[in-house]
Design a protein around this ligand. Structure first.
Ligand code: HEC
Length: 345
């Protein structure tokens, strides 16, 4: 039984999807940067943007979501070292290649838009056109929010069954689903989600699905059928092999007449995370219902290209949960794009 079957969906179109994106915490962080940075420029239009005054604060706020010593991109933590790559930095920003909007071009589910506003891009263009002035060195602004401060967690769960997982060394991209019990004994609404990767160099993105209580055993079995922890999954919480291998699918459907579709329909999107974001905080008053006895199937995309042989040393999931919300909501797959839907009352 899902909320979606009972709900009258109001489909929020793509335009509004961006409004929803703007409510997620990492966007607020970006918007603050945008305002601060453009205020600096608007303050005195005759001043040429320089590195330490205008560019560095944007780098610290936005780029260093990924470009840190531990992150996925090359580290920008040392301001002088980062400055040395000034032509490339300006080029990547003005050509809108950085920050990456869709970390993965063929998947469109990300809600947290990391892209910069036009006036911030103008700062980088002005800086480039003036010959990359350095300005007066100064300490970095203390603007990175503390992830714990995004929201206090009501529920924290360990993702990995044995506390760690080493991605399959035979592939650079390992898509793995892990099934974990939802431990609450009362129905509740998830209003925020945060993921703390056990190895930021490996964790590329994550998608959390709620599993209907009646199907939890079936999802657990999927894990038991594979040798490595979890099970391989790519597009959704259903293992690829059941979609792509006709023989496997036939065997499965002989056993469970509801078939693979039943697995797909019995697991729905709860939250997502992509490297560079903290997670999602849903718009005020909205939450996604999770029944007692449910499980979560969490898909992790591990990319080993920058960290071959390394392990995820323990990814953690943090949830903000409310007993009731004004607008129970759910995600809908809509022409391969994600809509966020809700009902009133
Ligand atoms: C969501 C994570 C993320 C964010 C945010 C991000 N980057 Fe990147 N960036 C990457 C990854 C991944 C690479 C490729 C790996 C590498 O080169 O280390 C990369 C590569 C780059 C490169 C090297 C390109 C090349 O051809 O070698 C530059 C320059 C760059 N980023 C600049 C920026 C700037 C400037 C910002 C902020 C405005 C930014 N990035 C924000 C993830 C990110």
């Amino acid at each position: 039984m899902t909320t979606s079957t009972k709900a009258l969906p109001i489909i929020i179109t793509l335009a509004l999807l961006f409004a929803f994106g703007a409510c997620s915490d990492d966007n607020e962080i970006n918007n603050d940067t945008v305002e601060a940075a453009s205020a600096a420029v608007a303050h005195d239009r005759t001043t040429v943007p320089d590195y330490y005054t205008d560019v560095r604060p944007v780098i610290v706020e936005t780029c260093m979501a990924c470009h840190t010593d531990e992150g996925v991109g090359w580290s920008m933590e040392d301001p002088e070292e980062a400055y040395e790559r000034h032509p490339l930095i300006a080029h990547m920003v003005t050509s809108r290649q950085m920050p990456p909007w869709l970390a993965e071009p063929h998947v469109q589910e990300y809600v947290g838009d990391l892209s910069l506003d036009e006036d911030v891009i103008e700062i980088f263009a002005g800086w480039r056109d003036a010959g990359f002035p350095r300005g007066e060195p100064r300490p970095d602004p203390e603007t990175r929010p503390d992830p714990e401060g995004v929201f206090p967690a009501d529920l924290s769960l360990e993702l990995l069954p044995d506390g760690s997982y080493t991605p399959d060394p035979s592939m650079v991209d390992d898509y793995r689903c892990f099934v974990i019990d939802w431990p609450r004994e009362e129905p509740g609404y998830v209003t925020g989600f945060r993921l703390a990767p056990g190895n930021p160099r490996l964790a590329h993105h994550s998608i959390a699905y709620v599993v209907d209580p009646e199907l939890v055993d079936r999802f657990r079995k999927l894990e038991q059928e594979e040798e490595r922890p979890g099970y391989q999954c790519f597009g959704d919480a259903v293992p690829d092999r059941l979609w792509t291998d006709d023989d496997e699918r036939e065997v499965y459907e002989a056993r469970y007449p509801g078939g693979v579709e039943e697995l797909r329909d019995g697991s729905w999107l709860l939250a997502q995370w992509v490297t560079g974001m903290w997670g999602d905080v849903y718009p005020e008053g909205t939450g996604i219902r999770v029944e007692p006895g449910s499980a979560l199937a969490i898909q992790m995309h591990y990319y080993s290209g920058d960290a071959p042989g390394e392990a995820d040393a323990g990814t953690q999931l943090h949830f903000q949960v409310a007993e009731r919300v004004e607008r129970p909501a759910f995600f809908l797959w809509w022409s391969a794009r994600l809509s966020f839907c809700c009902r009133t009352g």
